[in-house]
Design a protein around this ligand. Sequence first.
Ligand code: CP
Length: 301
Amino acid sequence: MTDFLDIHTTSPADLRKIIDDAQAMKQARADRPKGTPDDDQVLAGHMVALIFEKPSTRTRVSFDVGVRQMGGQTMVLSGTDMQLGHGETIADTARVLSRYVDLIMIRTFEEATLLEMAEYATVPVINGLTNRTHPCQIMADVMTFEEFRGPIKGKKVVWSGDGNNVFASFAHAAKQFEFDLTFTGPEPLDPERSLDGLYTIERNPDKAVEGADLVVTDTWVSMHDPQSARERRHNQLRGYQVNADLMAKAKDDSLFMHCLPAHRDDEATSEIMDGPHSVIFDEAENRLHAQKAIMRWCLGV
Ligand code: CP
């Protein structure tokens, strides 16, 4: 049994196995109704706790559906409803939950909460997003790229916008999957220093996307950012919007990704989100398949 805490703490071989398993599991279900069980009920008899201290649509539904397709059961817990939100320690919560469930997925604010949960739980823990990283999202993104364009190794990926937690997992993935990653955004919103060396910076977005195989962006104000920063961030990031002019400077067959939820016509125009380069809904679907493979890897089933 293994935790899935981050992309840089998981070996390239294991990451590759997860992506390949996810593709195989997706193929095995092709055209089947969403509610039908997988032939292989590998989570039969397993209970999975899904803890959310932040809002979620994709992570919540895709984990829940994924567990059910594999024959397991879920309980969705909100941080505020649990004693965790009222003073019980993370360590005690981890030890108690481990007596009831076989796997814990947690979306939380501080990375320290995730790490403490993993330290004290005796069942595997999956990172469903922290303020620092979002590894499940990027596993789905790598899977999606490869589905459309083949191996991501050696390809050019450009992130335009805020150097946030989703970017951080892209940076970790760039090293593990061996692709080139360029960040284009304003200096005050640069990625955290621990990621130095995993990507290059090009402040000019037009130059950054030259030769890009994939252009990615994300919301300009993340869940953990103060809403008071909204106007300042919009002013800083307006020049990094992904629109038709910018995409025209990438490769003709470049893909566009956004992990969603999006603020349409802020970080990316609807023309791009709904246009021929966009694979945003394939990305969202692949959260389901990638996370099913992650859960199997964690449990060794
Ligand atoms: N991309 C993503 O994690 O979506 P949710 O916040 O809806 O889970």
